[in-house]
Design a protein around this ligand. Structure first.
Ligand code: NAD
Ligand code: ZN
Length: 373
């Protein structure tokens, strides 16, 4: 398959810059692409999870075995609980046992969980191995595989241990989304629409008109949605790689969302994207209450998220139990986006216009959350 039949978005980070290739059929030519981009001597170690392995491991592994370049594979249990210290130790040990050297590469084949833990392992084994992201969930294709944030969770909160460490190449094969469960497609969509919310109202309008095609995995709609999302993320990352400024906008809906996820103990009652969907609604609602944002904006975006089969309120979290407001605020304060004890929140002036603020007072936040629960 000719390489020009794929879209290519460059993440412009000087000597750490890399390409994100997007299209249908990339998996089948992974071995060739790794040879072309990383060198034909490069050995590889694949990290994946149980769900993804059964569909795609063979497709990637066989050509690498044939060319004598596969040093090993590791299949982790699927799910958020694999982003832990104990699993990190396993991944690092297996990579070392496979004699992967600095010039070789780790392939992260899977969703955001695999990308985050394989990326973090690559950052710390031998003080840095090359790695290639092959995201197979919608969330990973539009968000986690691009930008170099890697890490694991602890009982103190999500992603609190990690590193900024950029991949060498990202291969987003949209055909892999055909096997993704419907609920995961919706969860990934929450990150797609986030790009419309945070800075591109035209993209939001396009998404609003094409939502059904996207969640039904229409090829053309998906290709555009993934490409535009990656373009927006790549631009923000290139301008602020280590989140000293505008990269924080990518956390729109996430300070609320991460607190909800931590409260739910990263369990299946609430996927990351679902937490982001509820978090985005809370961020718009608070923005409305504080008069930053026109009234009815929350109603508009909630209706959109509902059409994408996403939860929009805390009461919709599965399992029938809800956190209390004080617990949520405490968890929000564990978030990395805290400076001098003051919480940093991303608020909205409108769809497509977000900004970072430290002006929201603790008591106002608790009162707001009490009314949402
Ligand atoms: N590093 C970043 O910048 C960043 C950004 C956003 C989210 N994240 C992280 O990403 C994680 C969420 O990512 P996710 O939603 O991809 O979760 P995930 O990796 O758990 O994948 C979701 C589920 O889908 C399955 N799956 C993945 N691809 C599949 C496919 N093609 N076919 C069938 N099943 C498939 C997985 O096995 C898993 O059960 C969270 O840990 C979040 O913190 C990181
Ligand atoms: Zn996210």
């Amino acid at each position: 398959m000719p390489i020009d039949s794929f879209d290519c978005v460059r993440v412009e980070l000087g000597c750490r810059g890399y390409d994100v290739l997007i299209g249908a059929g990339l998996l089948a030519i992974t071995e060739q692409l790794i040879s072309d981009r990383l060198g034909c001597e490069t050995k590889a170690f694949i990290v994946t999870d149980t769900n993804v392995a059964q569909h795609y491991l063979e497709t990637i592994a066989q050509p690498l075995i044939k060319s004598g370049r596969l040093r090993g594979t590791l299949t982790l249990p699927a799910g958020e609980l694999s982003k832990s210290f104990s699993v990190l130790e396993t991944v690092c040990s297996k990579i070392l046992s496979a004699d992967i050297e600095r010039g070789d590469c780790v392939i992260a084949l899977g969703g955001g969980v695999i990308g985050d833990i394989a990326g973090f392992s690559s950052a710390i084994v031998r003080r840095g191995l090359r790695y290639v992201q092959i995201p197979t969930s919608l969330l990973a294709q539009v968000d986690s595989s691009v930008g170099g944030k890697t890490g694991i969770n602890t009982i103190h909160g999500k992603n609190l241990i990690g590193a900024f460490y950029q991949p060498h190449l990202v291969l987003a094969d949209i055909n892999t989304l055909k096997t993704l469960p419907e609920r995961q497609v919706s969860a990934g969509y929450a990150e797609v629409v986030k790009y419309g919310f945070l800075g591109d109202s035209q993209f939001y309008n396009w998404l609003d008109a094409n939502l059904t095609s996207i969640i039904e995995l229409d090829h053309h709609a998906l290709q555009h949605a993934v490409k535009r999302s990656v373009e927006i993320k790549a631009e923000i990352v290139a301008a602020d790689e280590k989140e000293h400024g505008d990269r924080a906008l990518l956390n729109f809906g996430h300070t609320f969302g991460h607190a909800l996820e931590t409260w739910a103990r990263y369990s299946d009652v609430l996927f990351h994207g679902e937490a982001v969907s509820i978090g985005s609604c809370l961020a718009f609602k608070l923005s409305e209450e504080l008069k930053y944002c026109p009234s009815h904006t929350t109603a508009r975006i909630s209706a959109h998220l509902k059409r994408a089969r996403l939860p929009t309120e805390i009461a919709e979290i599965r399992g029938g139990i809800q956190p209390d407001a004080a617990t949520l605020v405490h968890l929000m304060k564990q978030d990395k986006k805290i400076r001098d004890g003051q919480l940093t929140l991303i608020m909205a002036r409108d769809i497509g216009q977000t900004f970072v603020t430290q002006e929201i007072q603790h008591a106002d936040l608790v009162n707001f959350l009490i009314r949402q629960i």
